[in-house]
Ligand binder design. Sequence first.
Ligand SMILES: *Cc1c(COP(=O)(O)O)cnc(C)c1O
Length: 232
Amino acid sequence: MTDNALPESLASARERLRRALEDAGRSPTSATLLAVSKTKPAEMLREAWQHGQREFGENYLQEALDKQAALEDLDGIVWHFIGPLQSNKTRAVAEQFAWVHSVDRLKIAKRLSEQRPAALPPLNVCLQVNISREATKSGVLPEGTLALAQEIAALPGLALRGLMAIPAPTETLEAQRQPLAALRQLLEELQAALPEAPLDTLSMGMSDDLEAAVLEGATLVRLGTAIFGARG
Ligand SMILES: *Cc1c(COP(=O)(O)O)cnc(C)c1O
C-alpha cells in the first residue's frame, strides 16, 4: 500500500465497526478493533499506530518478535498472539505478548502460566473453540470447552478472558450468525459456571463476517485484509 491507502482503510474499518455497533444497538465503545498484521511489514504497523491503532494481532512467532523489536519505541502498543501455538514456543509468547487467543489445550496453558514473568500482569487468554467442528481446524470442541476453562481459570499466570473462533465461511448473514451465536452461548455457560473468572471477551468477527459477529456480541473483532489489504 502507498500514500493514503492505510489511513483510509483504517478509517473505513473503524467506520464499519461503528456502524455495525450502532445497527446492533450497542455502545460505540463495546467492541475493540484488533488489527491483524501477519505478513505485513513493521512499517505498516507503525503507520497504523501513528493513526491511533494500538491493538495488533500476529500469527507467526518469529515474525512477531522481529516486529516487536522494530517497534519497541511505540507507546501503548498491545500485542495479541492469535496463531497456532506449539509447546516449544510458549516461553516467548508468555514473555512478549499481552494476549493469546489460540489456547486449546491444558498443556499449553500450563506452560504459558508457568512462563509468564512475575513482573507482568497475568497473560490474557481466550480459548479457541472449533465452533464449526472442522476436522482440519484447531480449537477445543464446544463440549470440551467448560472442562478446559475450569482448569485454565485456576492457573495463576493467566487471566481467562473469553472465547475465540474462526467459523467455517458461509454466504449469508443468517448463516454466519449461527456459529457466532453458539460461541456467545458457550461464553454465557462459562460465565455462569465460573463467576470469579474475568470472562468478558468474545474474539470473533473478521473481514468477511464483522457485522454478524457484532450482532452476536463480539467484543474484539480481528480485521486483517480490511485494514492492511490482501496478503501476498
Ligand atoms: C488472519 C486472521 C484474521 C484476519 O483475517 P482477515 O480475513 O484478513 O480479516 C483474523 N483472525 C485470525 C485468527 C487470523 O489468523
